[in-house]
Design a protein around this ligand. Structure first.
Ligand code: AMP
Ligand code: MG
Length: 405
């Protein structure tokens, strides 16, 4: 049995990068950058007024109030491209270029323009450089502004647009097949008969996969028969980079997922992880290169093992900088029990207390089949293997669950 950390390491090692593609800017939200983004111009591109007011020479305002002759106007997109001389001022708007010769902008509230618009009175002294953002003060042409491997968020869209990236090189989206196994399963639009239940795993797996940017391929429900499942996995592998199965990986007579993988000549990297819930998780690669995650059938195990392992692979194949979930530290609100030889990932909710500390509230739950209680979970709290009890108020590691607030 390997540890969770070792299993994640193996997943990262065995995952190959997908090819990249050029995508139009309006379609790259949540995609993963496959190129560094370089500024093609200084920012601001010219000395820019930060206020509406008057561009002046600061030294001439030393004896304010002072009157200056208005010789022009500089507006955003329509600057005044002459040199400001002694005794002169230029009316200027926010975002407009500051004319040569001027070194400060006095805001309009501290001025008084005479009726005919030819003279302005400055009521107060202006500091040198006041209300001017100098060319290149924020970014200089040639600087890297976004790194390859970043997940493109809404704010980054503005950065891409500002530097002229009408098309962006991003990783291709992985194709993820979801394949639920279990003779007891019926689809969501059927009423379960005797001994049957509705398949719910395919929907949570698909949703978690979509959060990584994957294109989801929904495969037909599979019965617990090796020959049938073998055929279905083979068919799924033809059109998918990753196949995620649920169910059929325990020790029961009808747990046939591993038999099907052997039948297909898969290389199995691990099949038991020191993890609770989720011990019998399987990770394998088929001869054609498709990765297979064989998750246990219990819906809570599915959520835990998908996000620890399959999510990591789906992001790593897109070149993400940080494919694995990141740990936070939180104070434990109530004591919880651990397991002798497995690391536990228990459902919890996170809040902050009045001192700004992160607090993890363990949720009551009825085990790895309790998916209704799990719907309230926002984080997993980790109890190290071999820890009998984690006491209240100790610092614990937590993982925020993707897709939860
Ligand atoms: P298994 O890992 O196949 O032994 O399944 C463990 C438990 O999870 C059993 O109670 C199954 O009925 C249940 N289960 C398996 N697959 C699904 C699924 N797709 N949706 C909901 N529950 C499932
Ligand atoms: Mg089963």
């Amino acid at each position: 049995m390997i540890s969770v950390a070792e299993a994640i390491q193996i997943v990262r090692q065995q995952t190959r990068l997908l090819p990249t593609e050029r995508v139009r800017l309006e379609h790259v939200l949540n995609r993963i950058l496959a190129e560094d983004i370089i500024a093609d111009s200084d920012l601001p591109p010219f000395d820019r007024a930060q206020m509406d007011g008057y561009a002046v020479r600061a030294e001439e305002t030393g004896a304010a109030p002072v009157r200056l002759r208005i010789v022009g106007e500089s507006a955003a997109g329509r600057g005044w491209h002459h040199e400001l001389k002694e005794g002169e001022a230029v009316r200027i708007m926010t975002g407009a270029p500051v004319p040569a010769g001027a070194d400060s902008v006095q805001q309009v509230e501290l001025t008084h323009e005479l009726k005919d618009g030819t003279v302005v009175e400055l009521l107060e002294t202006v500091e040198l450089g006041k209300s001017i953002a100098k060319r290149g003060a924020e970014i200089q042409a040639g600087e890297t502004v976004l790194q390859s491997g970043a997940i493109i968020n809404a704010a980054m869209m503005a950065v891409l647009a500002a530097f002229g990236y009408a098309e962006v090189t991003v990783a291709q989206r992985p194709r993820a097949g979801v394949l639920a196994t279990g003779t007891e399963l019926v689809s969501v639009n059927e009423k379960p008969g005797q001994d049957q239940i509705r398949d719910s795993n395919n929907y949570s797996i698909a949703a978690y996969a979509q959060l990584t940017g994957a294109l989801v391929e929904r495969l037909p429900l599979a019965r617990d028969e090796t020959s049938v499942l073998t055929h279905q996995i083979a068919e799924a592998a033809e059109k998918c980079d990753v196949v995620v199965t649920s169910g059929g990986v325990s020790m029961g007579v009808y747990d046939v997922t591993k038999a099907a993988l052997h039948e297909l000549g898969a290389e199995i990297f691990f099949e038991r992880v020191a993890l609770r819930p989720g011990k019998p998780t399987v990770f394998a690669r088929l001869p054609n290169g498709t990765l297979v995650f064989g998750l246990p059938g219990n819906p809570v195990s599915v959520a835990v093992t998908f996000n620890l392992f399959a999510r990591t692979a789906l992001l790593a194949m897109q070149g993400a900088n940080e494919p694995a979930l990141k740990y936070d530290s939180a104070l434990l609100a109530r004591s919880v029990k651990g397991n002798v030889d497995r690391e536990s990932y228990l459902p919890a909710q996170l809040t902050t207390n009045d001192d700004g500390e992160l607090i993890a509230f363990p949720l009551k739950w009825g085990g790895s089949s309790d998916f209704v209680a799990f719907a309230l979970t926002t984080a997993l709290l980790i109890v190290p293997a071999g820890t009998k009890t984690l006491e209240a108020n100790t610092l614990v590691r937590v993982l925020r669950l993707p897709g939860s607030p």
